[in-house]
Design a protein around this ligand. Structure first.
Ligand SMILES: Cc1cc2nc3c(=O)[nH]c(=O)nc-3n(C[C@H](O)[C@H](O)[C@H](O)COP(=O)(O)OP(=O)(O)OC[C@H]3O[C@@H](n4cnc5c(N)ncnc54)[C@H](O)[C@@H]3O)c2cc1C
Ligand code: FES
Length: 288
């Protein structure tokens, strides 16, 4: 008898299904609901921006979680996890030194080639900053390859802002280089200290200096945000072929087998979660 059920079936790649054990190095609360996790894998993950992993705890469960760091050559993986239910609640109780299972990286992700030489506009809402950071980091690391980077990041209240200090560092880099602009917004201040703007992420778009012929947009946030951002971008003359959207769907297997993530014939876990908008604009379900 074979050591694993896969060994006798050459069509099944065990790497797709077997988690690698990763050691937690750091757990830091970012807000009351979200914690930053830095883990160390046995070997480099080898991911692209915008990809995700399936994160598991033996006997508890498994969930898709976005990779929050840019591509790296070392064995570090960064994630931000919201305490949303049974698995994520247990994850929030873990400490450095404990282990989690990681499958992946999975999904399409962003291709940096699409952004080279362009004015890059990243529009993020809430938890969308988590995967978007995996695109922003490599852009900032090689800024001379891009015309400019504008980040519009919104959340509901100041207390919900993620990566606060890092966004301030991006703002400072913008002041030094003149190539990065960061616009931080909240829906409402709730009488908390706030040094950004108040409004929805769509508010800055009409007056933003956008060259529609040389701009590429990446969107990551709740579906309701996409609808309104896409309307504003259409008004500014941005073609669908230069807008990339990161879609979240319920996922179970992450590898195109269970159908949980399907939008019509499209498997979000494999062809997405990042899509060029002209390739899914005809699917009404995509932005729901
Ligand atoms: C591609 C992808 C990337 C994601 N990246 C992140 C990330 O970086 N950080 C993060 O915190 N979360 C992320 N999520 C959402 C995360 O997978 C869910 O929050 C998680 O599965 C909840 O698991 P649970 O067992 O704790 O919750 P459950 O007990 O299963 O459910 C608790 C609540 O969460 C809701 N929920 C369950 N699954 C999802 C889901 N897939 N999407 C939205 N809501 C869900 C349920 O409806 C319920 O209200 C991502 C999801 C996808 C598909
Ligand atoms: S999550 Fe199973 S097919 Fe996509």
């Amino acid at each position: 008898m074979s050591a694993t059920p896969y060994a006798s079936d050459p069509t099944i790649d065990p790497a797709l299904y077997l988690p690698r054990m990763a050691r937690i190095l750091e757990v830091t609360p970012l807000t009351s609901r979200e914690k930053y996790f830095k883990v160390e894998l046995p070997e480099p993950l080898g991911h692209r921006p915008g990809q995700f992993v399936m994160l598991s705890l033996l006997g508890v469960g498994e969930a898709p979680i976005s990779i929050s760091c840019g591509p790296r050559t070392d064995t570090i993986l960064e994630m931000v996890i919201r305490n949303a239910g049974s698995l994520t609640q247990v994850l929030h109780g873990l400490k450095p030194g404990q282990q989690v299972g990681i499958r992946g990286p999975f999904g399409s992700g962003f291709d940096l080639e699409d952004f080279y030489g362009k004015q890059v506009l990243c529009v993020v809402g809430g938890l969308g900053l988590v995967p978007m950071r995996s695109l922003i980091q490599p852009i900032l690391a090689q800024l001379d390859r891009f015309a400019a980077l504008t980040i519009i990041s919104g959340c509901r209240t100041p207390a919900e802002e993620l990566y606060r200090e890092e966004m301030r560092a991006w703002e400072r880099l913008g002041q030094e280089t003149g190539k990065v602009r960061v616009i931080r917004l909240v829906d409402r201040t709730q009488n908390l200290p706030w040094d950004g703007q108040v409004g929805l992420v769509t508010a800055p778009l009409p007056s933003l200096p956008i060259d529609p012929d040389n701009t590429v947009v990446a969107l990551c946030g709740p579906p309701v945000m996409y609808k309104f951002v896409l309307l504003e971008l259409a008004a500014r003359g941005l073609p669908h072929s230069r807008i990339f959207v990161d879609l979240e769907r319920r996922m179970k297997c992450g590898v195109g087998k269970c159908g949980h993530c399907q939008i019509n014939h499209v498997y979000c876990c494999q062809e997405g979660p990042v899509f060029r908008f002209d390739q899914i604009a005809h699917l009404p379900e995509a932005l729901q």
